[in-house]
Write a new protein. Structure first.
Length: 203
């Protein structure tokens, strides 16, 4: 199960061979606080995974994730408005930030779990005011942590990254494989059976 409504996370897992059921946790993120942005991402991921695992009526591996962008020591999730997104980009452009994604895997049958955070450095392009306004007007930045994507319209405004690119999308596949291994699960055993004619599994 994927305890996240993120279509990008789901698409990443499906492209990697998994076919999870999406179960949105319903966790209220507004009342979750942590001193460091990295810790905040992990705390939110754990709460989401644990909430879905507790409510599951059948044995399942539950994956919870949450991402925050760290700029100058401050954590930023999704913008609260278009104006907020514009202000955010005025700070981000021409600079670098850390994209932290917390991961938590819970076995709903036994309660066993593992958790970890992956961090990736993102260098943003020096976008013009017109580019920022046009990008925000698409609505894309309002839907994602950090107000940017690398797998969508925002990709043109990311000059380079240092670290796992999947992590910037919202879920680190290499880290997830290591976490499952720590719980005694082989990654390839999680691959869904290939369905004939399934375009998502074409190779």
């Amino acid at each position: 199960m994927l305890a996240s409504a993120s279509p990008a996370r789901l698409a990443t897992l499906r492209a990697a061979g998994l076919d999870p059921e999406v179960v949105v946790s319903g966790v209220d993120e507004s009342d979750v606080a942590a001193t460091a942005p990295r810790d905040l991402a992990l705390l939110l991921a754990r709460r989401k995974a644990e909430a879905v695992a507790t409510g599951s009526s059948e044995p399942a591996w539950v994956i919870g994730c949450d991402s925050v962008l760290e700029l100058d020591g401050q954590a930023y999730g999704k913008p609260t408005s278009a104006e907020d997104a514009v202000r955010r980009w005025q700070r981000m452009r021409g600079s670098s930030g850390l994209l932290h994604t917390g991961h938590c895997v819970v076995d709903s049958a036994t309660g066993r779990s593992d958790q970890a955070t992956e961090s990736t450095t993102v260098e943003f392009a020096d976008a013009t005011d017109a580019e920022v306004e046009a990008y925000v007007a698409t609505g894309e930045p309002l839907q994602v942590a950090g107000a940017f994507t690398i797998d969508g319209l925002g990709g043109a405004f990311v000059r380079r990254i240092a670290g796992d690119p999947h992590n910037v999308v919202g879920i680190s596949l290499p880290l997830l494989r290591e976490m499952f291994a720590a719980l005694g699960v082989t990654w390839t055993d999680l691959w869904a059976p290939t369905r004939p004619g399934d375009p998502d599994r074409a190779r």
